[in-house]
Design a binder for this molecule. Structure first.
Ligand SMILES: *Cc1c(COP(=O)(O)O)cnc(C)c1O
Length: 372
């Protein structure tokens, strides 16, 4: 061993020891339904698939670093300046860039908990301190407690609307009151990964909140309603200082040309996509009604998943589901179940390609178990 080499190997940042590794949804076997990652169960739309295939023909080249076509399309779609849009490798990638742009050692990042698993991880990767604020017994953000958690060290606050994994939403008046009580030098990130599934008219569109508030950033993704989870593309809408900072902290060339072109094609096929979202919303409402009829107490989900407060029975429940061919996502507090295909009624197969799970498996008898 040469001198200067530590017997323990390279020195890694101690902060990494406290970081849980992101747990992806379990892949489904050939005969199981994967309801663990909130994916869109539909195969890609034909036009979107064609755009991606066409882009694949030139992957010897780097993608358009400025993501110009997609940015222009988004700017027109949302009526915002192109300079206010910053893209990234999924909205998790953008969220990480946001933390890197605002917080480092000694700084604090506030978020509700339980909420999206990535928040504490990306906070600690940046060396900043996560400040989780417990959600209420009903699964809502406790906005007053989040305000009370603000200190001079607070740099960023994530608000997940609707909340993953409970599905609860924050209404316009409460969210505006909250944001307006946050100091102007603290960035509020409204994560709207599931906004297309919201049918509650009292839920605000974050874009309306950001327009005259320089400390508000909206986070969106193509992974859920738009069905491009595997291509990794998401974006932020924020005022120029924040959007510019995101362009500095993002991984260069992070969004592939496949992802860029598929996202553009998705926006241009929006009508067909949103019809599919409508079908998923209908299925969600059917599932919620069915579960409630069985005696389950579940929050009123405005996303593409439902939440079962199973507490310490969560892990056993997930195992029982897996045995019945349904892969769900257990957490310590409960279990999240994505809305997928309707049993016996496959999701529309619009394109050749492999389906994510065999259709027509029998989810079995797990729904018979009651939750108090
Ligand atoms: C799924 C999800 C995302 C998006 O992930 P991508 O990186 O865009 O695939 C962001 N926020 C929340 C709350 C999510 O559930």
């Amino acid at each position: 061993m040469s001198s200067g080499t530590s017997a323990q190997g390279p020195r890694l940042r101690p902060t990494l020891d406290g970081i849980p590794t992101y747990k992806p949804g379990k892949p489904a076997g050939a005969d199981a339904y994967k309801l663990s990652s909130n994916e869109n169960p539909n195969d890609p739309l034909p036009g979107v698939l064609e755009a991606a295939i066409a882009a694949a023909g030139s992957f010897n080249r780097y993608p358009d670093m400025g993501v110009s076509e997609l940015t222009a399309e988004l700017a027109a779609r949302f009526g915002v300046p192109a300079e206010h849009i910053a893209t990234g490798t999924g909205s998790v990638g953008v969220a990480q860039s946001l933390v890197l742009a605002t917080a480092g050692p000694g700084d604090e990042v506030i978020f509700a908990w339980r909420s999206f698993e990535a928040y504490p991880i990306i906070t600690q990767v940046a060396g900043a301190t996560p400040v989780p604020v417990p959600i209420t017994a009903g699964g809502d953000h406790d906005l007053d407690a989040m305000l009370a958690a603000i200190t001079p060290n607070t740099r960023l606050i994530f608000v997940c609307n609707p909340n993953n994994p409970t599905g609860n939403v924050i209404h316009r008046a409460e969210l505006e009151r909250f944001i307006d009580a946050v100091p102007a030098d603290v960035l509020v990130v409204v994560d709207e990964a599931y906004i297309e599934f919201i049918r509650d008219p009292e839920v605000p569109n974050g874009i309306d909140l950001y327009r005259d508030r320089p400390n508000v950033c909206v986070l969106r993704t193509f992974s859920k309603a738009y069905g491009l989870a595997g291509l990794r593309v998401g974006f932020a809408i924020a005022h120029e200082p924040v959007a510019n900072a995101l362009r500095k902290t993002a991984v260069p060339f992070g969004v592939s040309q496949l992802a860029q072109d598929a996202a553009v094609a998705s926006l241009r096929s929006e009508q067909a996509l949103l019809e599919r979202v409508e079908a998923l919303v209908g299925e969600r409402d059917r599932v919620v009604a069915g579960l409630r009829a069985q005696g389950w107490e579940i929050p009123d989900s405005q996303a593409n998943f439902v939440w079962l407060w199973l507490g310490d029975r969560s892990a056993d429940f997930a195992v029982a589901c897996a045995e019945a061919g349904v892969i769900v996502r257990p957490f310590p507090e409960g279990v999240r179940v994505s809305i997928g295909e309707t049993e016996g009624r496959p999701a529309p197969r619009s394109a050749p390609g492999r389906s994510r799970a065999a259709r027509g498996g029998t989810p079995g008898s797990w729904t018979r178990r009651r939750c108090g």
